[in-house]
Design a protein. Structure first.
Length: 159
């Protein structure tokens, strides 16, 4: 599938019925809080994007996943994936590993808010994803890190 910049892959309130493999481009997950967009995750090339809670429990998604730039993704339909699981142990193992990878990435981000200072979160992000700041705006990066744009600018000035 191809998505234009800002085109939703999954809309808040929809039930997620797929996992998306990002082959090119960039997506983000976000939600609106008092008219302000809060970014919770970014999905780069070779990442899998989905809402695990919505996918596994068939509940409405609490957030939107949308393309942050022109994006190509492979859509892996949940029902077809479940059929494939029943036909092949290897595919079932692959699916489990994909979900583990997605959950580990989410837990890492969540843990960063519990265990790291804002400056440490910024340093870890830049260390792990050196091109992050070239592809994602300061406003979106600040939102993702849970800091103000001014604080992010101070952190960048020290680098």
């Amino acid at each position: 599938m191809e998505f234009k910049k800002n085109e939703p892959v999954l809309k808040e309130g929809q039930i997620c019925n797929a996992i998306f493999f990002i082959s090119s481009g960039l997506c983000k997950s976000c939600y609106n809080l008092d008219g302000k967009e809060i970014n919770t995750a970014f999905y780069f090339e070779n990442d899998f994007a989905t809402n695990i809670q919505s996918l596994t429990k068939s509940v409405k998604s609490a957030y939107t996943i949308k393309a942050s730039e022109k994006t190509k993704a492979i859509r892996i339909d949940k029902s077809k994936l479940l059929e494939a699981y029943n036909q092949s142990h290897q595919i079932e193992t692959f699916g489990r590993k994909v979900l583990e990878q997605i959950m580990a990435k989410q837990e890492e981000h969540s843990d960063s808010f519990k265990l790291l200072s804002p400056k440490q979160r910024f340093d870890a992000l830049v260390s792990k994803h050196p091109d992050f700041l070239q592809r994602i705006s300061l406003t979106q990066t600040a939102s993702y890190l849970g800091i103000s744009r001014e604080t992010l600018s101070r952190f960048r000035a020290v680098k």
